[in-house]
Design a protein around this ligand. Structure first.
Ligand code: BYC
Length: 385
């Protein structure tokens, strides 16, 4: 704390800095200054009765934390300038996490609600294409693994909804945005899963792409999102392995099985590299996301990273990436690759993909069918209150 506190920072920069707030405090108010430090707020509020507390403030009226503080009188106003100043761009630049109760610009908050809720919706909608194969898994082992994986996705959705709720939005509101088409979810889940090999392709490519993105998001500036990502990445690594194991087995299996594996790769390759979003030059959100350190790498950087990792994995199991322009570029130390079909991408993002309607209808139906459970939980809570 002592190392990061800078008493000379410009308070005028902050909407809730003391130069803006003090004129709003009535002169008759009794003010509690939490974190008054050594100078306390006495000088800034000359007409008020002020009481300053601070664990590090030798001149504070009470030297200690708010949790230890007790006072016989009631205060009219409590101010905490220090906490406000720490929730700032400077804090982000210093690689400190922003926490739910820190002050944050409105734009930062709404950007996070959008991205985290879309991420949560993707995890939940993403259960559908794989759920389609649980009853048809080729062995008990395969079925148990797939069940566990799909269940993990539900868990990821729940961590992410919880992280999003810390920003002051309710789960009901987030669901409503999804159902009304105001919130998106990842384009990849609007493609059908036609064969068992698609379970391999999803784990290997979709979870593989998700890990590349999420490893960088572990360092995102918002604390709850960053901590959620750390746990999610651990599980995602297992998902990628299970997918690659299915692909390896099929690629080394009968001629028909190898054909199925290649067909799944052919169908999922391009949609997987679209998951990273539009090129940086066409990505309106990247500027702020990078400035606020919400995103730590751009869409194109992550896409390239994924392609460079995955080509060797395809080679190893004798499958061919369906891109005739894929070529190692010695100078860049990366693969060059073909043009992405952006018309297809935007069609899918805007609701016209092969399964958009089916995915959303299924989600709405599951939500409606679950109403009695929500009602029962509420009635029980009321009864027990
Ligand atoms: N699909 O300015 P841009 C999983 C939208 S689930 C749909 O680049 P941004 C799994 C974008 O939202 C993992 N929409 O945006 C689960 C924006 O529209 P809005 C999911 C897309 O946010 C189950 C507009 O296009 N991962 O692993 O800077 C089973 C312009 O884009 C897509 C995450 O959600 C897309 N692919 O960058 C198996 C990661 N791409 O919102 C596996 C978290 C772009 O302005 N999210 N759009 O209306 C992110 O990292 C970023 O939000 C994105 C997009 C890279 C996706």
């Amino acid at each position: 704390f002592e190392n990061s506190w800078n008493p000379n920072r410009s308070h005028e920069k902050y909407n809730y800095g003391w130069p803006f707030v003090i004129p709003k405090i009535s002169e008759s108010a009794y003010v509690l200054d939490v974190g008054c430090h050594t100078d306390s707020a006495h000088g800034r509020l000359p007409n008020n009765r002020v009481y300053g507390i601070d664990p590090a403030g030798k001149n504070a009226d009470f030297v200690g934390t708010i949790l230890e503080f007790e006072h016989p009188e009631k205060f009219d106003v409590a101010v905490s300038w220090g906490a406000i100043n720490f929730g700032s761009q400077e804090k982000i630049d210093a690689e400190k996490k922003i926490e739910p109760k820190d002050w944050m610009p409105d734009g930062y908050r709404s950007h996070l609600i959008r991205q985290i809720s879309q991420h949560a919706h993707s995890e939940i909608i993403g259960m559908q294409p794989e759920g389609n194969w649980i009853t048809r898994a080729p062995s008990l082992r395969a079925k148990m693994i797939l069940l566990a994986k799909v269940q993990d996705e539900a868990g990821h959705g729940l961590y992410l909804y919880s992280a999003c709720e810390t920003l002051g939005v309710t789960r009901d509101e987030l669901n409503k945005q999804l159902h009304e088409g105001k919130a998106k979810y990842s384009s990849i889940f609007n493609y059908p899963t036609l064969s068992w090999a698609d379970m391999g392709a999803i784990g290997w490519l979709v979870d593989g792409a998700a890990i590349v993105n999420q490893v960088s998001l572990q360092k995102t500036s918002y604390g709850p999102y960053s901590r959620g990502m750390i746990k999610i990445c651990k599980e995602e690594s297992f998902h990628q392995r299970q997918g690659y194991e299915i692909m390896t087995e099929m690629a080394n299996g009968t001629k028909e099985q190898k054909k199925m594996a290649q067909d799944a790769l052919n169908r999922f390759w391009w949609p997987s590299i679209m998951m990273f979003g539009p090129h940086d030059s066409d990505s309106p959100r990247t500027g702020n996301a990078m400035k606020w350190k919400i995103k730590r790498k751009t869409n194109d950087e992550l896409r390239q990273n994924f392609i460079d990792k995955t080509v060797a994995q395809a080679d190893l199991i004798g499958l061919k990436i369906p891109d005739p322009d894929l070529k190692w570029n010695e100078e860049r130390g990366s693969y060059d690759f073909g043009e992405i079909d952006w018309d297809e991408f935007w069609n899918v993002v805007n609701g016209d993909g092969p399964c958009n309607e089916q995915r959303l209808n299924h989600h709405k139906k599951a939500h409606d069918d679950g109403e009695w459970v929500r009602d029962a939980v509420k009635a029980y809570a009321k009864k027990s209150a």
